[in-house]
Write a protein that binds this ligand. Structure first.
Ligand code: SF4
Ligand code: SF4
Length: 447
């Protein structure tokens, strides 16, 4: 841990301090991944209703062309990442191994792959409703991992307003450096995106929260913010999960978002740096969300990298571009090590919410032997949401779901701080996650 982080107190209560492991990629400039032959775009890669395909098998598509429209208000559009042909619309392997409806596109090897974009949009001339509709059509979602449709976040109920636009540049997950590189390499685009969102929301100021382990990003932002712009950069202590929305609000504004409420109830809108850059790219260049920055790292990777990857690229192809997996690799994770998901198949595609691909060897994936709970309270000390993880784990094992609800399991963001801190090796977050899945399925059946 860097000594600098101890000098500052901008933080929240509880949380943990996992090793960062960012040194492998934090200094590597972002490269563009070459086009591959085949792309798979699941229709459901954001929170909410799946998108609805508007193309058919065999159809020619252009890079940037809409291939699926929003399936409702809490849903977004999907665009082709390449010029080519729709090869199939049907079940394809998803990240968790299930088969889900997806559009498969074969790239045209002779096409220029020039973007089929609309001209830049005069965002100042758009009403808030028009801007929200454009962001939905652009397919923009939260790129920090949650993939929550951004236009929904910007749609405020009658009478509500936003005072602070909070930009999440914490990137607290170990290994990941994709947001870090965006802030270093594209601070101008980030600031222009902030300008669009701040002005349209009518927010008095924008605040960018960045952990202190990214001094070059903090410096780049300071150099690009003009004195007359109401934008502040706030340095944050290095701590996990600093990037969780409610933790970020606590660290920066010292305010708690009460259970069951949203940041907007405190007149705050939180957006990830990648999301804001995507907004700038759409309004200035007409580019919908067809690619994202992905960190490829971990001891099992031959050549770690930060890459701009077209959505739908199979993980196998990204790994091949990075020199392939080392023989001793045992597990590949999509996302960060704390909240990411182990991949059931390397054929799974890069999704809008895929911030990283991490390859781990036996040393990192060895599960500790599980012992009975010794009631040490470390998980309670670690939980940033002030839950009682040990009790939730016990209730999850006993499948006492109603009791779990009574103990606020819905507030759990599955950050994994409890599991990380447990000396008995109890897979607390995994038990909670499985229980929440069962609860969702039960609720679905009842409905
Ligand atoms: S109970 Fe949930 S929110 Fe609390 S530490 Fe565990 S995973 Fe994180
Ligand atoms: S950290 Fe582990 S051993 Fe300690 S109270 Fe929590 S569940 Fe029990």
């Amino acid at each position: 841990m860097r000594a600098l982080s101890t000098l500052f107190k901008r933080s929240f209560s509880h949380g943990v301090h996992p090793d960062e492991f960012k040194e492998r990629t934090e200094g590597l400039p972002t490269q563009r991944m070459p086009f591959v032959n085949r792309y798979v775009l699941p229709l459901h890669q954001h929170l909410g209703a799946p998108s609805k395909a508007v193309v058919s098998s065999g159809q020619r598509v252009l890079r940037g062309q809409m291939i699926a429209e929003p399936g409702g208000f809490v849903s977004t559009a999907l665009h082709s990442p390449v010029t080519g042909w729709v090869r199939d619309i049907g079940p394809h392997r998803h990240v968790d191994g299930r088969f889900v409806p997806a559009i498969e596109i074969e790239a045209d090897p002779y096409a220029t792959q020039r973007l089929a974009v609309k001209p830049a949009l005069d965002w100042k001339a758009l009403s808030m409703e028009q801007l929200i509709a454009e962001i939905q059509q652009a397919g923009i979602v939260g790129l920090g991992g949650a993939a929550f449709p951004s236009h929904v976040k910007l749609s405020l109920p009658e009478g509500q307003r936003i005072r602070h636009l909070l930009i999440n540049g914490a990137e607290c997950e170990p290994y990941l450096t994709n947001d870090h590189r965006l802030m270093v390499e594209r601070p101008d685009a980030l600031i222009r995106g902030i300008q669009i969102m701040r002005e349209k929301l009518g927010a008095a100021e924008a605040v960018i929260g960045v952990e202190l382990n990214k001094p070059d990003a903090i410096d780049a932002l300071h150099r690009h913010i003009l004195p007359e712009q109401p934008i502040r950069v706030v340095s944050l202590r290095v701590k996990y999960p600093q990037g969780a929305e409610k933790m970020l609000i606590k660290s920066i504004f010292g305010r708690e978002v009460p259970a069951g409420q949203l940041p907007r109830d405190l007149e705050i809108s939180v957006n990830n740096v990648g999301t804001v850059v995507a907004v700038a790219d759409y309004f200035e260049q007409g580019m919908p969300l067809i690619e994202r920055v992905v960190t490829v790292s971990g001891p099992g990777i031959a050549y770690p990298a930060n890459l701009i990857v077209p959505l739908g690229t199979p993980v196998r192809e990204v790994l091949r571009f990075c020199g392939g997996l080392k023989e001793e690799t045992r597990e590949v994770i999509l996302g960060g090590p704390m909240m990411g998901m182990p991949l059931a198949s390397l054929d799974a595609p890069i999704l809008k919410g895929s911030s990283g691909i991490l390859a781990f060897t036996a040393a990192e994936t060895a599960r500790p032997k599980e012992y009975p709970c010794i009631r040490c309270g470390r998980c309670v000390e670690a939980c940033p949401y002030f839950l009682n993880p040990s009790r939730l784990a016990r209730l999850a094992k006993a499948r006492l779901f109603d009791e779990m609800k009574a103990f606020n399991v819905t507030e759990c963001v599955e950050c994994g701080s409890c599991t990380y801190s447990c000396p008995s090796g109890i897979p607390i977050v995994q038990l909670i996650r499985t229980a929440k899945d069962s609860m969702r399925r039960r609720q679905g059946k009842e409905q």
